[in-house]
Design a protein around this ligand. Structure first.
Ligand SMILES: C[S@@+](CC[C@H](N)C(=O)[O-])C[C@H]1O[C@@H](n2cnc3c(N)ncnc32)[C@H](O)[C@@H]1O
Length: 354
């Protein structure tokens, strides 16, 4: 089933209205719970059904996608993604605390030319344009993300602003080629929320998250070529998990030193034990031996903890600094308003509608 851009102003009004009656919105779009149609008007049902946001079976309505209203100090947008329970590798990523972290810290200026690596639902494209970007070039290897980005752009931006988006499909072949489609281009701002989850070796895992045993494979490919693609006063904003010890994310720090020689790591102070994160792969059905291998390697490399971090860089910075983030982002390893990681079914809701 595909998303269909239809009567989009009415879709937005309907979502706004449902969002105000929090319980309905939560039950349908977060808890993935079928809700009796008596709670909706006929008009609301037909509008949401026409876009394929919902399905109806025997008087019960189910969401086909997840919808979240994301806000920062200046802007807000409804963002449609896959559901948390969507298990295929081409999942378009449900919004996580890192998405809030990005839009809270976005420093895009009017008329900036922006590059995004890994567009997903298009959330950063939308907030970039709302912040004044002149043009956003956005790359992804997953074709499904373009359908979501186009839908979300129509839902949140004027026609004129939608025309500022240039979507490019990256080849999956190698991380070395990550910037090939923008080879000779430089940008004012690079924003990226790349795949950064520690992943069992030689395993297939979500395209939106798989990034080697420390979650740093895609990060490294990006950092290697960042300087080539930033204009003189250009700016990098990248959110990532960052491996390290109880004190600091030393692996990310070393990587920034190696490739950029400078940068600020804004550290979300709540760390998580590496072994507590890797456990989920066993519940997801991955080979225990491979998970054990990850933990063993981490022990050798003295990696004990993971953090959520925001990297900022421009050529005015002289060294790598670690600062505590202004806000604390809780439950940063699972989607916003979720009680389980991606690929799991949400637990039964405690909310009662009547
Ligand atoms: C963590 S998701 C972020 C999506 C969205 N930007 C957000 O902030 O919610 C990472 C995205 O990067 C994409 N990706 C993975 N490898 C890539 C590559 N080599 N080139 C471009 N995009 C890639 C994934 O398909 C996914 O959509």
């Amino acid at each position: 089933m595909n998303l269909i851009v239809k009567d989009i102003d009415r879709v937005k009004n309907t979502l706004e209205k449902l969002h105000k009656s929090k319980k309905l919105f939560f039950a349908l779009f977060f808890d993935e719970r079928p809700v009796h149609k008596k709670y909706f008007s006929d008009d609301q049902i037909s509008i949401l059904k026409a876009t394929n946001l919902i399905s109806i079976k025997q008087n019960y309505i189910s969401a086909n996608y997840r919808v979240i209203k994301l806000q920062n100090n200046n802007n807000s947008a409804f963002i449609v993604t896959d559901k948390v329970s969507y298990k295929k590798l081409d999942q378009v990523m449900p919004l996580h605390p890192e998405n809030q972290f990005i839009v809270d810290d976005m420093k895009i200026k009017a008329d900036d030319e922006v590059l995004e690596i890994g567009v997903g639902s298009g959330v950063n494209v939308i907030f970039s344009i709302m912040s004044g970007a002149k043009k956003v070039t956005a790359l992804d290897i997953n074709k499904r993300t373009f359908e979501f980005t186009k839908f979300n752009a129509a839902l949140n931006l004027s026609k004129q602003d939608q025309n500022k988006i240039n979507l490019i499909l990256n080849k999956k072949s190698s991380l070395e080629n990550i910037f090939d489609s923008v080879k000779n281009k430089k940008f004012d701002y690079i924003v990226t929320n790349p795949p950064f989850e520690p992943t069992p070796p030689k395993s297939k895992y979500l395209l939106n998250s798989a990034s080697g045993i420390y979650g740093l494979d895609v990060i490294e490919a990006i950092l290697k070529k960042t300087k080539q693609h930033l204009k003189n006063a250009g700016y990098l904003q990248m959110v990532t998990f960052s491996p390290g010890n109880q004190k600091e994310p030393f692996m990310l720090k070393e990587m920034l030193n190696k490739y950029l020689g400078a940068g600020i790591i804004h550290l979300n102070k709540i760390g998580m034990k590496y072994v507590d994160f890797t456990k989920r792969f066993i519940d997801l059905g991955y080979d225990k031996e491979k998970v054990d291998l990850m933990n063993l390697q981490a022990k050798k490399d003295k990696v004990t903890h993971l953090y959520l971090s925001m990297v900022q860089y421009n050529n005015q910075m002289e060294d790598v600094k670690i600062k505590t983030s202004t806000k604390i982002y809780k439950n940063w390893d699972i989607p916003i308003y979720s009680d389980v990681p991606m690929g799991f079914k949400p637990k039964k809701s405690k909310l009662k509608l009547d």
